[in-house]
Design a protein around this ligand. Structure first.
Ligand code: ZN
Ligand code: ZN
Length: 155
């Protein structure tokens, strides 16, 4: 495993506050799903989150995990990332950033932006108000050691 990029820490109290703003209680399951998401910054799919969550909380259901992911997205604690037509992935880095999608191994890397959404060289019409920047770049890992190539493709 290479270095993990840092994710600003969110206290359980902050999690509880955000959930309650959306009329939800902090449950041990919701806290656990959130913890699992933040443990690795690899943009897991809902299925992957479920498997990781289940490893420590075997009684949790897939529906609970899916509903919790939904709730975390609505609360603004987690972002949905769609690259390709593949399954939605989840990202808990709430800073504005781009996603780099490796076409070889499918890994999604966070790419820092030098500046915020307002510094981005786009002409935002005055009557539109930007809330989130969602840019994805496609390419491949440069270092073969970092790239877990899925399978020898049949091209
Ligand atoms: Zn991300
Ligand atoms: Zn790769």
């Amino acid at each position: 495993m290479s270095e993990h990029s840092k994710v600003p820490s969110v206290e359980a109290s902050e999690l509880a506050k955000k959930l309650s703003e959306s009329g939800l209680r902090l449950t041990s399951q919701r806290e656990h799903v959130f913890h699992v998401l933040r443990a690795q910054t690899d943009h897991p799919t809902a299925d992957e989150v479920y498997l990781r969550t289940k490893a420590e909380m075997p009684e949790i259901s897939m529906a609970t995990v899916y509903n919790t992911l939904d709730a975390l997205v609505r609360c603004g604690l987690v972002k949905q990332v769609n690259v390709d037509r593949a399954a939605t992935r989840f990202c808990c880095n709430m800073e504005d950033h781009c996603h780099f999608y490796c076409e070889e191994c499918g890994w999604v890397h966070d790419i820092e932006l030098s500046g915020g959404i307002r510094d981005f060289p786009i002409r935002m019409p005055r009557d539109l108000s930007a809330r989130q920047l969602d840019i994805s770049i496609r390419g491949a890992c440069r270092n073969p050691g970092d790239c877990n190539r899925k399978s020898a493709g049949s091209s």
